[in-house]
Design a protein around this ligand. Structure first.
Ligand code: AMP
Ligand code: MN
Ligand code: MN
Ligand code: MN
Length: 280
């Protein structure tokens, strides 16, 4: 039986400032419909939507937590570190993000060239058009491959072209783990390891990562994540307890029409994990 949970906290979601489809205003409306009281907007490598969502929520009882999801390269693996309760005007943070924004632009060009050579013409132009004012991401390339008819569904865009090791993938150097945690802390925020079980890491690698993350000043891991089942939540809880990390909860909503991911539809944080929001 599927249980339907509803949390007042959802500390991970995307708007069209990165690869979400909703505007900040629409996210505020959705949060209100879903009785979410504390919402963090965490777009990929940008804080551009934060001022907009703060003002959209100003006349409501919804509290916005300023956030960001930063792309990190650690031991040749790509990690996502969510910064929560940050100052979006922090120099240190903005400097890091502007570098990552350049990396995104350059990578998009290279991905476009690779796909062009594979016979997928026009993908870059379409992806950039979909990204609009937001960060250009592989999600936009996936949608472009789909809409231009090069694949028949989104998952195929990733499994055929966009995933690491596939011919459309371009390896880039994102931020280091150390500078990311440092920038988030300088911005007065807390560093959270996003979706720990999406990295396909062995237990040994995960322990190595969490030890380093903690030593560098990381605060929490996402214990309750949109698509996690009970077992995954227990595993993440055990990691939090073992490494003295707090817990966060987030749906990672990108589109409102994914039936398996709903804003605020999150199991409660296990009671032996300290919620990251006790620090806000
Ligand atoms: P990027 O940060 O530009 O490399 O893009 C990563 C984004 O692509 C993630 O945040 C997801 O939103 C999306 N993504 C990654 N893998 C998949 C997949 N298999 N299917 C659909 N979207 C994916
Ligand atoms: Mn994404
Ligand atoms: Mn992520
Ligand atoms: Mn995300």
């Amino acid at each position: 039986m599927t249980q339907h949970f509803q949390s007042e906290y959802d500390l991970h979601c995307h708007s069209y400032y990165s690869d979400g489809t909703l505007s900040p205003q629409q996210l505020v409306e959705l949060a209100q419909q879903r009785s979410v009281k504390y919402l963090a907007l965490t777009d990929h490598d940008t804080v551009a939507g934060l001022e907009v969502i703060q003002s959209a929520a100003a006349s409501t009882d919804l509290t916005i937590i300023a956030g960001v999801e930063i792309s990190v390269t650690w031991c040749k693996k790509v990690l996502h570190i969510v910064g929560l309760n940050i100052d979006p005007k922090s120099e240190a943070l903005l400097t890091l993000l502007s570098r990552l924004q350049q990396v995104r632009q350059q990578r998009a060009q290279l991905m476009g060239e690779k796909l062009e050579k594979l016979g997928c013409t026009g993908v870059l132009e379409t992806a950039l058009q979909y990204a609009g004012i937001g960060m250009v991401t592989r999600s936009h390339f996936g949608r472009a491959l789909l809409d231009l008819g090069y694949v028949s569904h989104m998952e195929a865009a990733f499994s055929k072209y966009l995933r690491q090791g596939k011919p459309g993938y371009v390896t880039v150097e994102w931020a280091t783990l150390a500078e990311t945690i440092e920038a988030i802390r300088q911005a007065g925020g807390h560093a959270v390891l996003a979706h720990p079980q999406r990295y396909n890491m062995s237990a040994t690698w995960m322990r190595r990562l969490l030890m380093e993350f903690k030593a560098l000043g990381g605060s929490a891991i996402e214990v309750v994540y949109g698509a996690y089942n009970r077992n995954q939540i227990c595993t993440a809880r055990d990691y939090a307890v073992r490494f003295g990390l707090m817990g966060s909860v987030g749906s990672d909503l990108h589109f409102p029409d994914q039936p398996w991911v709903k804003l605020g539809s999150l199991a409660p944080l296990p009671s032996n994990v300290t919620p990251i929001w006790t620090q806000f």
